[in-house]
Design a protein around this ligand. Structure first.
Ligand code: AMP
Ligand code: TRP
Length: 347
């Protein structure tokens, strides 16, 4: 039997380019904060990336970019594991078993598939459809107990729990833990700078919609200056209810304003109430200047370190991924053995 660890984190980011502020505030920054309390496995999920077409050369570049972002943001690669998914065959092997555990009806409810496939349903890869099963395999191959992600991944994590429960019930053994999502901070869903109703995304055709982790100061300034806002002054903490909930009218009428305020609060590690208290009655011109300075101060050093790692220290970076892959494979092996035994695969 493989041991069950009480505090093990697994999370992943797809190497699909354009790593952005949402990835940082929703996921990567939290990885850094959790690393003192958990044993962590941080993956660059290249097998997930190819569910939509990726140019092979760019995939390699983007894999290094995500790995560099973890390290530049402050994850300790000696203490924790950083690797790319395709190095460890357990993900694909357990993914197949989960293809046989999950039900079609469960996958049909996945909103991310519906969004990504759109009207093109018949033309997308079958991999895109079973993507959530592979994600469950990523997590459960290590019996991870906690998964830090942005809010958009909540439904996939519920599916992971359903798969774990069904497997345990079907085979009459408590093989898998029931994983807890960790959705933390003031910016669990960062919205597009061009449209407050859409989330900030790597695939938005407009570069102005997102601040990337590699943007220089001038680019950050330009994107924030051009971010959609409104002519009204900023509201005060009066838009917050007793429990900190945001007035629904404000939320509906001024989503872009709310997004910029949330980004500020998250970057500066304060509550929305604190930010509102300071900026009440001010206009967007002043606020945007301060937000630019803050974003450059927080992201600039990380972007610079990412570039340094990718250009000057590539062999170090590749060494981390290789070493991480070996350590990850060693952790997954006894779990896979236990699963194969439960399923009845003769070995
Ligand atoms: P992805 O870019 O889809 O590989 O996402 C990697 C991580 O970033 C996941 O934990 C996502 O939930 C998180 N994430 C992606 N976009 C956003 C966003 N706009 N706001 C907050 N978190 C996000
Ligand atoms: N689906 C996640 C995303 O698009 C990436 C991912 C793949 C992941 N496997 C994971 C996240 C396992 C957390 C745990 O953002």
């Amino acid at each position: 039997m493989s041991e069950t660890v009480q505090n093990r984190i697994f999370s992943g980011v797809q190497p699909t380019g354009n790593l952005h502020l949402g990835n940082y505030l929703g996921a990567i920054r939290n990885f850094v904060r959790l690393q003192d309390d958990y044993e962590c496995i941080f993956c660059v999920v290249d097998m997930h990336a190819i569910t939509v077409w990726q140019d092979p050369k760019e995939l390699i570049h983007n894999t290094r970019e995500v790995a560099a972002s973890y390290i530049a943001a402050g994850v300790d690669p000696k203490k924790h594991i950083i690797f790319n998914q395709s190095r460890v065959s357990a993900h694909a092997e357990l993914g197949w078993i989960f293809n046989c555990v999950a039900r079609i009806g469960w996958l049909n409810r996945m909103t991310q598939f519906k969004d990504k496939a759109g009207k093109n349903r018949e033309k997308v890869s079958t991999g895109l459809y079973v993507y959530p099963n592979l994600m469950a395999a990523d997590i459960l191959a290590y019996k991870a107990t906690h998964v830090p992600v942005g809010e958009d991944q909540k439904q996939h994590l519920e599916l992971t729990r359903d798969i774990a429960m069904k497997f345990n019930t079907d085979f009459g053994r408590e093989v898998f833990p029931i994983t807890e999502p960790l959705i933390m901070g003031a910016a669990t869903r960062v919205m597009s700078l061009r449209d407050g109703s859409k989330k900030m995304s790597k695939s938005d055709p407009s570069d102005l919609s997102r601040i990337t982790m590699l943007d220089d100061a001038d680019t950050v300034a330009k994107k924030i200056r051009k971010a959609v806002s409104d002519p009204n002054p900023l509201p005060g903490a009066g838009i917050l209810g007793d429990n900190g909930e945001i007035d629904s009218e404000f939320r509906q009428e001024r989503p872009e304003a709310l997004n910029l305020l949330n980004i500020y609060a998250a970057l500066n590690d304060e509550t929305l109430g604190d930010v509102l208290g300071r900026y009440e009655g001010k206009g967007f011109a002043d606020f945007k200047k301060d937000l630019t300075d803050l974003a450059v101060e927080k992201l600039g050093p990380i972007g610079a370190e990412m570039k340094r790692l990718m250009v000057d220290d590539r062999s170090y970076l590749d060494g981390i991924l290789k070493d991480g892959g070996e350590r990850a494979a060693a952790l997954a092996k006894p779990v896979l053995d236990e699963v194969y035994d439960a399923v009845g695969f003769l070995r």
